[in-house]
Design a protein around this ligand. Structure first.
Ligand SMILES: [Zn+2]
Length: 86
């Protein structure tokens, strides 16, 4: 993960981290641009935003739950349809 100094926009390193929760961390950063007169230290936040795909197990549980809500004839009709590409 690359961190950019918010002051001089040069490379910074993560010196340490502090977990604020299971999904949010403070990143204590140090700018490496000493020659250019910056060298600032600062804190960035790293946090979970959202899923692009849910965990596989969640998808299976959801599918199983939906299938259980159907009657046997509805399940058979679903299997015989070309919903699954066959
Ligand atoms: Zn800097």
């Amino acid at each position: 993960m690359r961190v950019e100094c918010p002051h001089c926009h040069q490379k910074a390193i993560i010196a340490s981290t502090n977990a604020l929760s299971h999904t949010v961390k403070d990143l204590y950063c140090q700018c490496t641009n000493l020659e250019g007169g910056c060298g600032a230290s600062f804190v960035m936040k790293l946090g979970y935003s959202h899923d692009l795909n849910p965990p596989i197990q969640n998808t299976r549980q959801l599918a199983a739950s939906l299938l259980k809500s159907l009657t046997v004839s509805e399940r058979q009709a679903l299997i015989q349809s070309d919903l699954f590409g066959s």
